[in-house]
Design a protein around this ligand. Structure first.
Ligand code: AMP
Length: 185
């Protein structure tokens, strides 16, 4: 048993391939008896990942900041854990989970991705972080990170905990292997 925190976009105005992948990720998490922690929203990728997990009999916990409660509609079927601020949510999701996954998303999600990577780089956590590369959404970012390294602004070891996969179940399995190696199972 373990837990995965998922960071993802809230927009509902995206190709159905993205939300279908988010739903499959939710199923893969539930099928492996992992708890899903996520932003608690009902729309877009957020709602899809929660729905997929619940439909496969999984446990879903949404972490919602009081400061956005008037803008972000909580997903009615999820257990909700309230925090004060958006930054506190990012910290809480990292602390509660054994591994982290970032799905395609907008500016909020990119902020979350870099929060996760930068804190790992500072040694503030050592949790594996998976990126779901649906429709090659993160291809440019992956190339840019290579550029950052090649120009000497970061070291390869700073991103050694990052895993990029196209298929949700492959990503969850890669992270589980890493989690099990860490706990010695
Ligand atoms: P988006 O990817 O823009 O659809 O946002 C996804 C989620 O990121 C939203 O639920 C936001 O609450 C959250 N988020 C996290 N950090 C930020 C930030 N700095 N600015 C805006 N949204 C953020």
């Amino acid at each position: 048993m373990g837990a995965i925190a998922v960071f993802c976009g809230s927009s509902g105005d995206v190709d159905v391939e993205y939300t279908a992948a988010a739903r499959r990720l939710g199923c893969a998490i539930a099928e492996r008896k992992l708890t899903l922690f996520y932003g608690g929203g009902a729309s877009g990728m957020m709602g899809a990942v929660a729905e997929g997990c619940l439909a496969s009999g999984g446990k879903v916990v949404g972490v919602i900041p009081e400061e956005v409660k008037d803008h972000e509609l909580p997903y009615a079927c999820a257990e909700i854990h309230w925090v004060r601020t958006i930054d506190e949510r990012k910290e809480t999701l990292i602390n509660l989970a054994d591994a982290l996954i970032v799905l395609p998303g907008g500016l909020g999600t990119l902020d979350e991705l870099f929060f996760v990577i930068a804190r790992s780089r500072m040694g503030l956590h050592s949790k594996p972080c998976g990126i779901l590369n649906t429709r090659e959404y993160f291809q440019h970012l992956s190339h840019f990170l290579e550029h950052v390294i090649s120009q000497g602004f970061a070291k390869r070891k700073h991103v050694s905990n990052l895993y990029i996969e196209e298929e949700p179940k492959d990503l969850v399995d890669a992270l589980m292997q890493k989690m099990n190696a860490t706990t010695g199972e």
